[in-house]
Design a protein around this ligand. Structure first.
Ligand code: KIV
Length: 285
């Protein structure tokens, strides 16, 4: 079995769907101004299986720090965590391009450090690309990676890894100075060779300006429907958390559903109606 193939012999695996040809980075890049790119985060193989047929891009976001590990921010997330979850998502998908977030501290020091970390991500996960946060300051690094065979998605606007510099997670681009800075960041990353740019938490006018200022697709989150694609944290849009940011649309209320189902289970355990006849085996003789 190849490192990247889902083991369908385990009882919890889905029957393997007819293997689809995976989308490629150049095909996603060519979607600028065309059919919107559908992107969601994924951290596990099973969730990847469920999302993959509907998505063009699966991002193994460092938001897994908060969503999976209950950490207070993305700052403590490690490269080991990203590699483990990245490999799981690649094993659970056949169709979408998989991108893995470079965690804080794994790429900022130098282009060489970024190459060492990003090449490890690609080797250990089988993902096709990485995402890193930052604008002009990261342009040299983006160009270094792309020139060495590592496709990069940029991330400008609200940058969660910069929470300590920005002072929080407030929307950006309300002032002329911030607008100029973020447009400059997006252009620098695009010119350096990023094949797409996540534009997070900016006023809608700025998201539109950035989208027309760069040649690569923009993928909005808390930005604008005019971006070339959209991304959300899957657990946010499923309604796993009671509190969600303003830009998140809760397409479901999965938290309530889980709670109701677990209450049902607890009741059946307590009144000894589970396991029932269908779930037990008896001696045959
Ligand atoms: O970490 C993440 O999930 C992200 C997306 C929200 C864009 O960066």
């Amino acid at each position: 079995m190849s490192t990247y193939t889902l083991d369908t012999s385990t009882s919890r695996a889905n029957p393997t769907p007819a293997p689809m040809r995976r989308l490629t980075v150049p095909k996603l890049q060519a979607r600028k101004g065309g059919e919107p790119i559908v992107a969601l985060t994924a951290y596990t193989a099973r969730m990847a299986q469920l999302l993959d047929p509907h998505c063009d891009l699966l991002l193994v976001g460092d938001s897994l720090g908060q969503v999976i590990y209950g950490l207070p921010s993305t700052i403590p997330v490690s490269l080991d965590m990203m590699c483990a979850h990245g490999a799981a998502v690649v094993r659970g998908s056949w169709h979408a391009v998989v991108a893995v977030d470079m965690p804080f501290g794994s790429y900022e020091a130098s282009p060489a450090q970024a190459f060492e970390s990003a090449s490890r991500v690609l080797k250990e996960t089988g993902a096709a690309s990485v995402k890193l946060e930052g604008g002009e300051a990261m342009a040299e690094t983006v160009s270094f990676l792309v020139a060495r065979g590592i496709p990069v998605i940029g991330h400008v606007g609200l940058r969660p890894q910069a929470v300590n510099v920005l002072g929080g997670y407030a929307s950006r681009g309300a002032t002329n100075a911030e607008t100029a800075e973020i447009i400059g960041d997006a252009k620098a990353i695009a010119d350096a060779g990023a094949f797409a740019i996540v534009v997070e938490g900016v006023v809608e006018e700025l998201a539109v300006e950035v989208t027309s200022a760069v040649a690569c697709p923009t993928i909005g989150i808390g930005a604008s429907a005019q971006c070339d694609g959209q991304i959300l944290v899957t657990e946010d849009m499923l309604g796993l958390f009671e509190r969600t940011p303003k830009f998140v649309k809760r397409f479901d209320d999965i938290a309530t559903r889980i709670s109701d189902v677990v209450q049902l289970y607890a009741g059946e355990v307590r009144d000894r109606s589970f396991p029932g006849e269908e779930q037990i085996r008896r001696r045959t003789k």
